[in-house]
Design a protein around this ligand. Structure first.
Ligand SMILES: NC(=O)c1ccc[n+]([C@@H]2O[C@H](COP(=O)([O-])OP(=O)(O)OC[C@H]3O[C@@H](n4cnc5c(N)ncnc54)[C@H](OP(=O)(O)O)[C@@H]3O)[C@@H](O)[C@H]2O)c1
Length: 382
């Protein structure tokens, strides 16, 4: 059975319309001088979802209306240390839907495979209420990723396998996970375009690509969203990627919006990561020395957030939401308390003056450690 857009109450709200509607529909920079709870009274009524604000990724036939904050499923059973039992994570996915989340992100390579299976099981009974994004782009061998592969036949193979694991008959948003230097981006876009025409995929996305690649891909098949790391400790997308997204009306989905937990304030130099099961173990920004130095950023977020009733994670994500109205962060968590805390981020609206205050406090702090090891960063180089 094919599902249609109408099941999530798709509206034709344009980006211009969004601005006119203002904070009632999404967090935005307000002209007033104090932080406001944009939708707090509504959300305290029983039965109403925790997050009701919606944002639109992409434009025209490629548009997708989703909750202002999505949910990243990856860390529920991959890359984030000790994982809770599957039943608990299935329940948490459904609790996210009950609380108003309509965008869920996964990828073939998370696990590999098991994260898509988890998302598929969690979302099966609520499929009609949500959008599911997944990703292609790697070979897998012996239970792990083994090299880039975005050749057309591989994209097709992944699409078929992902549909089965996710228990769906169409992928709402299909991203290339990493740029493949051996396959022209036009061929990648052309293959996804064919899959869209065949009804197996609805929309096209790209991860961690540069502006030139975005333009070339978009000329073949309109891109709905770019997914890249973006938060107060990694602002590179501001240089060329966000401007091109704005120009071409492409959405932007910041991944790791609380910097893999760091901006939530629960990690410090004494935290030990489960090697083999947690990629933070090999990320330069998560060495004890780097974390000791970088805690100054968490302290700055807390100094800003405490008098306003916001946690450091909420300040980090409210900053993202206030950057552009076409930004939809996808935080991940294994805890209901963190899920609810994260969704309440959408209740905050920063004033322009508050934004400047936060940015100037953070910009004075020197960030220690690269975000990725050199080899991994090279794979991302555009
Ligand atoms: N396209 C790509 O290349 C790419 C790469 C990485 C990730 N992603 C996507 O982005 C999603 C999110 O990324 P991520 O998991 O790397 O990073 P994240 O969302 O920035 O951080 C997740 C971590 O933060 C903790 N956390 C969440 N909310 C918190 C809060 N309010 N206070 C304190 N700690 C909190 C979680 O631990 P608890 O479980 O204890 O809450 C978890 O360990 C992934 O699920 C995936 O879908 C995409």
């Amino acid at each position: 059975m094919k599902h249609t857009e109408s099941h999530i109450g798709h509206s034709s709200l344009s980006r211009r319309g969004f601005f006119k509607a203002g904070p009632a529909l999404g967090t935005a920079v307000s002209a007033q001088t104090s932080l406001v709870y944009a939708a707090a009274p509504q959300q305290q009524q029983s039965g109403s979802p925790l997050i009701s604000q919606r944002r639109t990724l992409g434009a025209g036939n490629s548009a997708m209306e989703v909750s202002a904050l999505g949910f990243g499923c990856m860390g529920m059973n991959y890359h984030r240390g000790i994982h809770p039992p599957k039943e608990a994570m299935v329940k948490l996915i459904r609790q996210a839907v009950e609380r108003g989340v309509t965008l869920f992100d996964t990828a073939e390579t998370y696990g590999p495979f098991v994260n898509e299976e988890l998302a598929g099981e969690g979302l099966a009974p609520v499929r009609k209420q949500v959008m599911i994004s997944t990703k292609f782009g790697f070979n897998h061998e012996g239970g792990r990723a083994n090299g880039l592969n975005s050749r057309p036949e591989q994209i097709r193979r992944v699409a078929e396998a992902s549909l089965k694991r996710l228990r769906i008959d169409v992928i709402d948003l299909f991203y290339q996970h990493r740029f493949d230097p051996n396959v022209p981006i036009e061929d990648v876009a052309g293959t996804v375009k064919d899959l869209i025409q065949e009804g197996k995929v609805r929309r096209f996305g790209l991860c961690e690509v540069g502006a030139g690649t975005i333009r070339r891909a978009h000329a073949v098949q309109p891109v709905t969203a770019i997914q890249s790391e973006y938060h107060l400790m990694w602002r590179e997308p501001e240089e060329t990627v966000l401007p091109v997204c704005e120009e071409l009306h492409i959405g932007f989905v910041p991944y790791s919006p609380v910097n893999r937990g760091f901006l939530g304030g629960t990690l410090n130099e004494h935290t030990r990561f489960d090697s083999g099961n947690d990629n933070r173990d090999r990320l330069p920004r998560f060495t004890p020395q780097a974390m000791r130095a970088n805690l100054a950023i968490v302290e700055a977020l807390n100094r800003f957030g405490r008098p306003r009733g916001a946690t450091s994670a909420q300040v980090a994500m409210a900053w993202l939401l206030a950057r552009k109205p076409f930004i939809v962060p996808i935080p991940g968590t294994t805890k209901l308390a963190h899920l609810e805390e994260n969704l309440r981020t959408a209740d905050f609206a920063f004033t322009a003056a508050e934004m400047r205050e936060l940015e100037s406090a953070v910009s004075m702090i020197k960030i220690v450690g690269d975000r990725y090891p050199a080899e991994e960063q090279r794979r991302i180089s555009r």
